[in-house]
Design a protein around this ligand. Structure first.
Ligand code: FES
Length: 102
């Protein structure tokens, strides 16, 4: 199964980063010791969520302001109405492995 491995040092608090997993772009966000990975493409009009802002456990799309829950991918604020995919995140010490959920 495809996965990406990153070091926790590559992630700064509340500064999302885009990585590529196979043919998909993944937005990875660190909140304290927790790491979340969601589809990078906003479900509204395909803006890159890794250019958005994080607040609490939400990521806000920079283009029209839709907000998604980083934990579930659920939409919290319009204009988006479809959830985004979430990815499996496993942390082992300094290493974070991200893969598709089964
Ligand atoms: S593209 Fe993200 S809210 Fe419109």
């Amino acid at each position: 199964m495809e996965s990406i491995e990153i070091k926790i040092d590559q992630l700064q608090e509340s500064k999302p980063v885009k990585f590529t997993l196979g043919s998909e772009d993944v937005c990875v966000a660190r909140i304290g010791d927790e790491v979340f990975a969601v589809a990078d493409i906003c479900s509204h009009a395909e803006a890159s969520l890794s250019e958005g802002d994080i607040k609490d456990y939400k990521i806000e799309c920079w283009l029209h302001g839709a907000e998604f829950d980083l934990r579930s991918g659920e939409v919290l604020t319009p204009p988006a109405f479809e959830a985004i995919e979430t990815f499996a995140v496993v942390r082992d010490g300094d290493t974070v492995t991200i893969s598709k959920k089964k």
